[in-house]
Design a binder for this molecule. Structure first.
Ligand SMILES: [Zn+2]
Length: 116
């Protein structure tokens, strides 16, 4: 008799971590980008090369890319959201790989057909 819960240890660990993240943690599909710019005021420090640094959250929505300026006070928080999202996607990839290995169907693999 097969136990349905008999998953490989690796997959069980990934699933458990994944569900914990999904349950508790905020995450965002994007990446943080640092940009340095000058403001244009001739007497400002940026005119001498000490540019204003600000962080943006770059997100893709359908085919367009959006940049959202992140206030300094929230940078750490957003950085964690981005990291959590990366972790979620890598855990999903790990579970997917495990499932793929279980999908062991005889003759189910599609071979690339040669030209004939
Ligand atoms: Zn300036």
């Amino acid at each position: 008799m097969k136990h349905r819960s008999h998953l490989p240890e690796q997959e069980r660990a990934a699933r458990s971590k994944l569900s914990q993240l999904l349950r508790d943690k905020p995450f965002v599909a994007g990446s943080l980008v640092k940009m340095a710019r000058t403001c244009g005021k001739p007497n400002c420090k940026c005119a001498k090369g000490d540019k204003h640094v600000s962080w943006y959250l770059a997100i893709r929505h359908k085919s367009t890319r959006k940049m959202i300026c992140i206030p300094r006070a929230r940078q750490q928080e957003v950085m964690e959201w981005v990291n959590t999202y990366r972790e979620v996607t890598s855990l999903i990839a790990a579970v997917s790989q495990q499932c793929l290995e279980r999908l062991d169907i005889p003759g189910g693999k599609k071979e690339r057909r040669g030209d004939s």
